[in-house]
Design a protein around this ligand. Structure first.
Ligand SMILES: [Zn+2]
Length: 183
């Protein structure tokens, strides 16, 4: 059976910038008719977080983001592979299957210089199984940025309700978790 990998790119942007990406524009149409965040796929095996040596994030920051999602019923391996040799081997794989990697972004990976973070989510079509995710951060994230990107890693798209974690603009986002709870 032929499996098709869909690479989905999601970007969190800083305030007052105009969205021009085709992918985001397409997703926006979905959001307009939905009353909660749209989910593009889900993990079948529990993903493990891998933090690359160059990632601008502390272990505490990663743990806090994992806790936020596990409190809402999502399964993430709490054993973090953090900035060691094993982490960098996985970070350098073309397809880090089973993992959510976190690294520092550059102009290529972030897609836009205004992005605070970008997530690449690989989803098997048509079953919607997420097989790997790469998260790139511009710098040590503001509050909510890693939680937001991890939301993409778990399959959620943008949801532009003011105060919601998955809002595409950081300044209009917040800790609202409507539609993100599995419990
Ligand atoms: Zn985003």
């Amino acid at each position: 059976m032929k499996k098709i990998l869909l690479y989905i790119i999601l970007i969190l942007i800083i305030p007052n910038t105009i969205l021009a990406g085709n992918l985001i524009t397409n997703f926006s149409r979905i959001h307009a008719i939905d009353s909660q965040p749209y989910k593009i796929g889900k993990w079948i095996d529990i993903p493990q977080i891998v933090v690359c040596s160059t990632a601008p994030i502390t272990l505490e920051g990663v743990k806090a983001a994992i806790d936020w999602w596990t409190k809402r019923g999502h399964k993430l391996n709490k054993n973090i592979i953090f900035k060691n040799k094993e982490a960098d081997i996985i970070c350098n794989e073309a397809t880090p299957i089973g993992y959510i990697t976190i690294d520092i972004g550059d102009e290529n990976t972030l897609q836009k210089d205004t992005s605070l973070g970008t997530s690449y989510v690989s989803v098997l079509d048509p079953i919607g199984e997420i097989v790997w995710t790469r998260i790139y951060l511009k710098f040590t994230p503001n509050p909510m940025v890693l939680e937001h990107e991890l939301g993409h890693g778990l399959g959620f798209l943008h949801y532009n309700k003011v105060g919601h974690l998955m809002h595409e603009k950081w300044a209009e986002s917040g800790w609202s978790d409507i539609g993100l709870n599995l419990k």
